[in-house]
Design a protein around this ligand. Sequence first.
Ligand code: DX5
Ligand code: ZN
Length: 215
Amino acid sequence: MALIAPSLLAADFANLQRDCEMVNRSEADWFHIDVMDGLFVPNISFGMPVISAITKHATKTMDVHLMIEKPERYIKEFKAVGADILTVHYEASTHLHRSLQAIKTEGMKAGVALNPHTPVSLLIDVIQDIDLVCLMSVNPGFGGQKFIEQTYSKVKELKRIIKGANSSTLIEIDGGVTSANAAQLIEAGADVLVAGSFVFKSDNPEATIAGLKKM
Ligand code: DX5
Ligand code: ZN
């Protein structure tokens, strides 16, 4: 059974409290929070004030995914607004190891996200220091995109690397996750499924989350 992390990027921003309360009530495990800077990705989502507002209502783990250049500039600030897990992109961090240590020093779990074109083998030397690897199964920047099928083999290879290192790193899949690919992802070794559009654009988001949880 995988952990389910609904992405609030697909929520109704004019009704964030309502959507947070839905996730609180549901079988979801985490809140997935997507921060975009318009530079690392071609889109701008939201920043600290909105995350603070979400934290006020959210009763579950805050899983914050930074799609921003030089994420090390804001580690303390994200802790202050309530992040429990802070994920930085491999492609946006020159000194990844230092960033991971800085995240842990602040008392958060440290995650690394990989774009679809980035090989999982690049993490071999740092895997013991990573609590979570977020494999992007779409190009980051937008919700509602089509799942990239190559992701399955990346999950399997990453699982081998994690087991080989005797590490407890979790594998999270982000982008285009639906009931059509969830079971195969879990089978391949995924531990956490992020789902945005599939949850929030459905007629009954709570039931959709319950359905994913049963996969
Ligand atoms: C994409 C974000 C995702 C996004 C997923 O850049 O990182 O978390 O919200 O949305 P869906 O599930 O709609 O692909
Ligand atoms: Zn995300």
